[in-house]
Design a protein around this ligand. Structure first.
Ligand SMILES: *Cc1c(COP(=O)(O)O)cnc(C)c1O
Length: 407
């Protein structure tokens, strides 16, 4: 798959070289002016584009069956660029509750300061989403599987709703990756990823991306500046708008080394996801039957209200993140502290099993009622199930549950 990334000096390399350079030099002022203006191919400055990052963008575009992608410094940078590229003061965005805490905070605190209103609703309830769309709504934002809500929105129904209202559906597919679902096939206009998670897979870099699926007609959308570009750039208008204005000026570009690590992760994504999902399902099933666990949140369990939708959308798999309710904050902490093999880490999608207590960390700044309405109770533990042999994971969880019982 090693697409040649340097037209000038390809040496038959089969992996993407790391172009560890801030800028690119030109022989003449004319040549440089042409590249700057997009009249000639090439790269100018790594904040704008870099061959290693371009190789990653091509791979992600192919994986999502999209028309193009923009890689960013983090998943948050992808969400920021995407929403800031669409929304203006006075606009609204309807977002699912129970999504990533950083996205909730960004919508409230950053978009909120710009007088862009985020309306949070149960994203799995399409009728509620529909009822929340007003004449000011300019986008709908959901996660394929809510992190940590563990809910699964009805992507095809939301895709139809967005199409009927002529607004883009933005889908964060970090927990599913293109291995489980291509949201564009269900009507998403834009797919965002935190590539820091399963795509990198080893917890070695932070990155993000936005992929345009080609399903939204920017020339007819409610975004005047993008529509103007669409008259020149056609279907690539939104990505051009991001690349040439929004993301360029925000400055959240990926480091070339990180893009390389994401490319390396993509090579094994399919294999890793297979084991991640199998381990998660086995753990979810084992813990559902355990009286020491008050509740297991995992859309792969037949008892989950999201089971059927997850099966339909994700081809029989449900990802590798699950949540446990342990009855009280004290027991949740005791359980987390007693784990020996699993790590206490604010990440997910790594080879190791990771746990975190969302209420005291990612959702720490919210009022308790607010946290509850986002699905984050004090006794909730989020687990990212790793690639260890399943008996190792299970034994670790069982001994930690036994230890927490003593609380
Ligand atoms: C982690 C995460 C993000 C943010 O990504 P970063 O790379 O940490 O900035 C966004 N969405 C989801 C679902 C995530 O899990």
């Amino acid at each position: 798959m090693g697409a040649s990334v340097s037209s000038a000096e390809a040496l038959g390399e089969i992996e993407a070289p790391i172009f560890q350079t801030a800028a690119f030099g030109y022989a003449s002022a004319e040549e440089m002016a042409d590249v700057f203006a997009g009249r000639a191919p090439g790269h100018v400055y790594t904040r704008l584009s870099n061959p290693t990052t371009l190789a990653l963008e091509r791979r992600l575009t192919a994986a999502e069956d999209g028309i193009g992608a923009l890689a960013t410094a983090s998943g948050m940078a992808a969400i920021a660029a995407t929403t800031l590229g669409l929304l203006r003061p006075g606009d609204e965005i309807v977002a699912a509750k129970g999504i990533f805490g950083g996205a909730v905070s960004f919508f409230r605190n950053v978009l909120g300061r710009l007088n862009i209103r985020a309306v949070f609703v149960d994203g799995a309830d399409t009728a509620l989403v529909e009822a929340s769309v007003t004449v000011r709504t300019r986008a709908i934002f959901v996660e394929t599987i809510g992190n940590p809500g563990m809910d699964v929105p009805d992507l095809p129904a939301l895709g139809r709703l967005a199409r009927a209202r002529n607004i883009p559906l933005i889908v964060d597919s970090t927990l599913t990756t293109p291995e489980l679902v291509r949201p564009g096939e269900h009507g998403a206009a834009l797919v965002v990823h935190s590539t820091s998670k399963f795509i990198n897979g080893h917890g070695t870099a932070i990155g993000g991306a936005v992929i345009d699926t080609g399903r939204f007609d920017w020339s007819r959308g409610p975004f005047e500046d993008v529509a103007a570009i669409a008259r020149r750039a056609g279907a690539h208008a939104f990505l051009a708008h991001l690349r040439l204005v929004i993301a360029r000026d925000l400055g959240g570009c990926p480091a070339p080394q990180s893009s390389f690590l994401m490319l390396q992760g993509l090579d094994t994504l399919s294999l890793r996801l297979k084991v991640h999902c199998e381990n998660a399902l086995a753990l979810a099933r084992a813990l559902t039957d355990d009286p020491r666990v008050a509740a297991v949140g995992y859309p792969g369990l037949a008892s989950s209200p999201h089971f059927e939708r997850a099966q339909r959308l994700f081809g029989g798999r449900a990802g590798a993140v699950l949540t446990l309710r342990l009855g009280s904050l004290a027991r949740a902490f005791a359980f987390i502290n007693a784990l020996r093999s699993a790590r206490r880490v604010a990440n997910l999608g790594e080879t190791h099993t990771l746990v975190i207590h969302p209420a005291s960390t990612i959702f720490r700044e919210y009022q308790p009622e607010d946290r509850l309405s986002l699905g984050v109770s004090d006794d909730l533990v989020r687990v990212s199930v790793g690639l260890e042999p399943f008996p190792v994971i299970l034994a670790d969880f069982q001994q930690a549950l036994a230890s927490a019982e003593k609380e």
